[in-house]
Design a protein around this ligand. Structure first.
Ligand code: MN
Ligand code: MN
Length: 290
C-alpha cells in the first residue's frame, strides 16, 4: 500500500473505521483517452476543499471514523488488478466496514462487487452514460466496456439496474434481450424527473443492501468533463446526489470511477470528492434517524 495524501477527515485507524477509502490508480483498459490512473489522488486532494460539517444533515465528518488505505499497487494487466482489488476490498468487508473505492477506470468496479461476502444478495445501482455490457472488448473480458456484464454474472441480472445510460451498441441491446438487466436512461430521467426515476430503479432492487458504482461520465460533460469518454445529455450533479441519498440507508459500498483529472481544471475531481462525502454523510444520517 502506497500512501500519497489521504482523503479529508480520514484520520481513523483501519480497526476503528466505519468507512474505508481505497484508491485504484489503474486505467489500462480505457478505450478513448487515458488518465483515470490520476483520479484517486486528485479526488483526495480536492476533498480537502470541503467543510467537514454537512449543512443538510448536521453530520460532521470529523466525527465519523474514516480510514484511507492508500492506493492499491501497480498492476500490469486487468486480471492482476481484479485479483488484487478483490483481496483489498474483501478485507474491508470482512472487518464489517463500508468500502469507498476511487478509480481508476471502470474495470476496477467488478472486483469491488465480487469481494462482497454474499454477492447473490447484493443489489447494484450502476450509474453510467454507457451500458458497459460487452462480453469482451478488444480481446479483454475485463475491459471497462464489460463491467456491468461481469457484475451481472456475479450478482444476477435482476439485482442490477443501470441509471443514466445513453450510449450503447446495437449488440449490447441485443445481448441484453435474453439477459434482462434493467436500465433507466438519462432521457427518461430528464422526462420523468429524478425522484420518480430513482424510485423506479430502487424498487427493482429487492435486496437489503445496495452497492453503488458511479462512472463519473454518467454526469453531463458540462459538469464532469474530466473523464475518458465524455457523453452529452447526461445527468446533473444534483441528480446523482439525490440518487446516492436515496440508496444511503441500504448502502453496502460505493465506487467512483473514470475521473481523469487532466482534462479539466479540477471540477470533476471536486464533484467526485463531494459525492463520496455525500454517500458517507447520508449513510451516517440514515443510521442515526432509523
Ligand atoms: Mn463505465
Ligand atoms: Mn461510462
Amino acid at each position: 500500500m502506497e500512501r500519497s495524501g489521504t482523503f479529508a477527515d480520514a484520520d481513523a485507524e483501519f480497526e476503528d473505521a466505519q468507512f474505508v477509502v481505497l484508491g485504484v490508480p489503474f486505467d489500462r483498459t480505457t478505450s478513448f483517452r487515458p488518465g483515470a490512473r490520476f483520479g484517486p489522488d486528485s479526488i483526495r486532494q480536492h476533498s480537502w476543499n470541503f467543510e467537514s460539517y454537512d449543512l443538510e444533515t448536521g453530520v460532521d465528518l470529523s466525527e465519523v471514523p474514516i480510514h484511507d488505505m492508500g492506493n492499491a499497487g501497480e498492476y500490469g494487466t486487468a486480471s492482476d488488478m481484479v485479483q488484487g482489488v478483490r483481496e483489498e476490498v474483501a478485507r474491508v468487508y470482512a472487518a464489517g466496514k463500508i468500502p469507498i473505492t476511487l478509480g481508476g477506470d471502470h474495470a476496477c468496479s467488478p472486483p469491488c462487487v465480487e469481494a462482497y461476502p454474499t454477492p447473490e444478495s447484493l443489489g447494484v445501482l450502476y450509474i453510467d452514460a454507457h451500458m458497459d455490457f460487452r462480453s469482451s472488448y478488444l480481446g479483454d473480458a475485463r475491459s471497462h466496456a464489460c463491467s456491468s456484464r461481469r457484475i451481472v454474472e456475479r450478482v444476477g441480472a435482476r439485482n442490477v439496474v443501470v441509471l443514466g445510460v445513453r450510449s450503447v451498441s446495437h449488440e449490447e441491446v441485443d445481448d441484453n434481450r435474453s439477459i434482462g438487466m434493467a436500465y433507466v436512461t438519462a432521457h427518461e430521467v430528464a422526462s420523468e424527473g429524478i425522484e420518480s426515476a430513482v424510485q423506479r430503479a430502487l424498487n427493482m432492487l429487492k435486496t437489503d443492501r445496495v452497492y453503488v458504482s458511479l462512472d463519473i461520465d454518467a454526469i453531463d460533460p458540462a459538469y464532469a468533463g474530466g473523464t475518458g469518454t465524455p457523453e452529452p445529455f447526461g445527468l446533473t450533479p444534483r441528480d446523482v446526489k439525490y440518487a446516492i441519498g436515496q440508496v444511503a440507508p441500504r448502502l453496502a459500498g460505493l465506487d467512483i470511477m473514470e475521473v481523469s483529472p487532466h482534462y479539466d481544471s479540477g471540477n470533476t475531481s471536486a464533484l467526485a470528492a463531494r459525492l463520496a462525502r455525500e454517500a458517507i454523510v447520508r449513510s451516517v444520517h440514515a443510521r442515526r434517524t432509523r
